[in-house]
Design a protein around this ligand. Structure first.
Ligand code: SAH
Length: 335
């Protein structure tokens, strides 16, 4: 059965009108879904019974079930969801002082196969539908008030752009959750034509690009997708994005001991990003069991940051959160 959350408000209006009901019913239903967060059509109260019965026969409001919630010592919560076809995905609620960031998945598994990422080891299962992405948020916000959303969970959001974009548009609909797009960040391995499309479309969320390495020789080894979209193209499209949107890009850089964490690597980054309006987030590697990669020593991480800052780049080190429950970047494996 199709989930009603796959429809934006104009689409819902059209469906309702076609069934012979007044258009304003769509807004009422939208409010029940996104403001009152009902997960069953049965729980929608003030609509005609006939409309409700027709909807119950044809549609659902529940595409996920919570299999397990784990809580870390630092307050991070990892939610394991089952999809109706048996696939599993994860979302993570990350506390930072008073604020809560929800990290959501855009695909079940991931086809990018980045060498250092646990999700990549699963392979690609399938794209999530807009309704499934939205329900990650709705279910998480029934547990905690969510302040920010980051598409940094399982999957490559720009390879499921249609559904991710629709979910973002529905998140930010003022008749629904009214979640500001400026509190949403989409993270990508660098799918160049889609970045260009985003730049052209005047959307208001933030873009993060996973740099991983400062030259193609190394990036080819770590990120198979680099064969399709090499660094030069990613940097070019970043400049285009800057120009069109007037927004800065965040570059994420996973730090792998002895692989991409030398002073030379840092200097190379400062060269390739010259002229791009950006900030840099360093993510020291989060290990899973038996990983071939290691986290650099604290001293090296700080030195790497120092070089970037000295060259004029705003650079932050991502704090490790939820590692004891495998909820940190690159540890999501749907277990
Ligand atoms: N596919 C998207 C979003 C998911 S990964 C992307 O590639 O951007 C989110 C971030 O976590 C990426 O910057 C990725 O490089 C980083 N990451 C992946 N595995 C990691 C690990 N084991 N330790 C630290 N960061 C990791």
């Amino acid at each position: 059965m199709e989930d009603l959350k796959n429809f934006n408000l104009p689409e819902l209006k059209k469906i309702i009108k076609e069934k012979g009901f007044e258009e304003f019913r769509a807004k009422q239903i939208f409010e029940w879904i996104y403001k009152k967060k009902v997960l069953n059509i049965e729980d929608i109260k003030n609509i005609p019974n006939k409309l409700k019965d027709e909807f119950i026969k044809k549609y659902t409001l529940s595409s996920l079930n919570i299999i397990k919630i784990q809580e870390s010592k630092d307050g991070t919560k990892k939610i394991l969801f089952g999809l109706l076809d048996g696939n599993k995905i994860e979302s993570v609620i990350i506390p930072d002082k008073e604020r809560k960031t929800l990290c959501i998945s855009s695909q079940a598994g991931c086809g990018c196969a980045c060498a250092f990422c646990a999700t990549g080891k699963l392979g690609f299962k399938r794209n999530l539908k807009a309704a499934e992405i939205i329900e990650e948020f709705l279910r998480a916000s029934l547990l905690e008030k969510i302040d920010n959303i980051v598409f940094m969970g399982m999957g490559e959001p720009l390879l499921n752009w249609q559904n991710v974009k629709k979910a973002i548009e529905i998140f930010s609909d003022k008749d629904g959750s009214n979640f500001s797009q400026t509190r949403i960040t989409v993270s990508t391995i660098g799918i160049v034509p889609v970045i260009k499309k985003i730049a052209d479309e005047n959307l208001r969320f933030y873009l993060a690009v996973s740099l991983v390495a400062a030259n193609d020789n190394l990036r080819w080894k770590l990120v198979p997708f680099n064969k399709k979209y090499p660094l030069k193209e990613i940097i070019n499209v970043s400049g285009y994005y800057n120009k069109k949107t007037k927004k800065e890009i965040t570059y994420e850089y996973v730090l792998l001991k002895g692989i991409n964490d030398s002073e030379n690597d840092a200097k190379e980054i400062t060269k390739i990003l010259k002229g791009i309006k950006c900030k840099i987030n360093l993510i020291p590697f989060n290990a899973k069991l038996n990983s071939e990669f290691k986290r650099p020593d604290e001293k090296n991480i700080l030195n790497f940051q120092k070089i970037l800052i000295e060259n004029g780049y705003k650079t932050f080190i991502r704090k490790e959160k939820g590692t004891d429950i495998s909820a940190a970047c690159g540890q999501l494996a749907g277990e």
